[in-house]
Design a protein around this ligand. Structure first.
Ligand SMILES: Cc1cc2nc3c(=O)[nH]c(=O)nc-3n(C[C@H](O)[C@H](O)[C@H](O)COP(=O)(O)OP(=O)(O)OC[C@H]3O[C@@H](n4cnc5c(N)ncnc54)[C@H](O)[C@@H]3O)c2cc1C
Length: 388
């Protein structure tokens, strides 16, 4: 049996490592659009919130670094309106609520782990600078398609994708970068809901003197913010954030990401499967896209594992086993996907609206979370571990 993974972002890489770890003899081909040199891609410095559940998966994949900053508490509040809640690691009995890792760092850690795995996998091919429109039609002749499982992990960003079954433009972009700061409480994340959209300040791998920021607003406003001189930008940020948490000294690497929802209804078709952003692209408001994608990758590898263990000779038998494994995968992912997509879309709609009843309702929702610890903890657990 052959497996082709199209796309070597974090989800494709995680899936490749997991498959090879359990089946080093597997005939696996990874089509990596990027070059062999790290970091890959070098220009992507998004700070990604990795949940505690994802950290555990990355540790198991040998793709974790103890240098990445932990989040011990998260403050969520509205700028100019009532309603706030704080989540602390002690309330959840966890070492951390999550960690922040730069996108390029995650891919580097996963690539390093895959390189180690590759030394024990004689039939693994890692094709760099490689991109196909349709791998099931164009793949190299040595691959037998009737015995082959094609894994689409070529997610990409919302504005680069073709529209899938559910496609929604939130008419928002995120301005992402990092700040030099002073006097900030370490290991703390803030999510502020401003009149322009959500604004998050998150720990940075450079240490407590730096913070990642993700500032969501209309595409026009985000372009304006990107082009402001440093002192004016810092002034605007201070005004928009509106909490005296310390000093913002310098800003670096301002990059824009258009935001939207793009969902594939059927994530499995015959011997093909879609995972990570190739299956669902989400608004980053809840920090769930990669966390959900990593759970896709590991679950898929676990569902396909028994097929390799059996290795029958007859191709009809193999194709049936692959189809069964993929439908099992679709079944296992249904509720986690639905729940995570639903919560994220709800938050993206609720927290970007300035309609007064909605502003009041979300203030009430935040206050309710603060007053009802079991509800708050249940929500935090969903965000940290997904639906189990
Ligand atoms: C501003 C922002 C902030 C975010 N913050 C968070 C967060 O805090 N927490 C979180 O969990 N998620 C977050 N996300 C979402 C997260 O970045 C994505 O969900 C995650 O990157 C998906 O990983 P992936 O491997 O599926 O796709 P990608 O990261 O998009 O990787 C896909 C790979 O496929 C390659 N590719 C594309 N087309 C082809 C082709 N035809 N052939 C071969 N290769 C191809 C691409 O070059 C890329 O290497 C954020 C997203 C944004 C935009």
């Amino acid at each position: 049996m052959d497996v082709i993974i199209q796309g070597a972002g974090p989800v494709g890489l995680a899936c490749a490592i997991s498959l090879l770890k359990n089946n080093p003899e597997l005939k696996l081909t990874l089509l990596d659009k990027n070059s062999a040199s790290d970091p890959s891609p070098p220009e992507d410095h998004r700070g990604i919130a990795i949940s505690e559940g994802s950290k555990q998966l990355l540790v198991e994949l040998g793709a974790w670094s103890n240098q990445v900053p932990a989040i011990h508490q998260v403050h969520v509040s509205q700028r100019g309106h009532f309603g706030k809640t704080t989540m602390r690691r002690t309330e959840l009995n966890q070492e951390a609520l999550g960690h922040i890792v730069q996108y390029a760092k995650i891919t580097e850690l996963l690539r390093n782990s895959l390189k180690i795995q590759a030394t024990k996998a004689p039939f693994f091919q890692w094709k760099f600078g490689h991109q196909l429109e349709n791998p099931s039609h164009e793949i190299t002749p040595e691959v037998h398609l009737e015995n082959c499982c094609v894994i689409h992990a070529d997610g990409g960003l919302f504005h680069q994708q073709v529209a899938k079954d559910t496609h929604k433009n939130y008419h928002q972009s995120a301005l992402v970068g990092y700040l030099d700061v002073a006097g900030i409480e370490p290991n703390t994340a803030w999510e502020r809901f401003t009149s322009e959209g959500p604004l998050a300040l998150l720990p940075h791998q450079l240490g407590p003197q730096a913070l990642n920021f993700v500032w969501c607003a209309s595409p026009h406003r985000v372009t304006e913010l990107q082009n402001l001189s440093e002192p004016i930008f810092l002034e605007e940020l201070k005004k928009a954030f509106g909490l005296p948490i310390g000093q913002f000294l310098h800003v670096h690497r301002r990059q824009i990401y258009p935001l939207g929802l793009n969902i594939r209804q059927d994530i499995v078709k015959d011997q093909e499967v879609w995972i990570g952003n190739a299956a669902q692209t989400l608004h980053p408001v809840a920090g769930q896209g990669l966390n959900l994608g990593l759970r896709d990758a590991i679950t898929l590898a676990n569902c396909l594992g028994p097929v390799f263990a059996r290795q029958p000779n007859h191709s009809t038998v193999i194709s049936t086993l692959i189809k069964n494994a993929l439908s099992q995968y679709a079944k296992e992912r249904r509720s986690d996907r639905q729940m995570t997509i639903g919560i994220t879309d709800l938050m993206a709609n609720l927290f970007t609206s300035q309609f007064i009843p909605i502003v009041a309702a979300r203030g009430l929702a935040l206050a309710t979370l603060q007053w009802l610890p079991p509800l708050k903890n249940a929500l935090a657990r969903q965000m940290m571990f997904g639906k189990r």
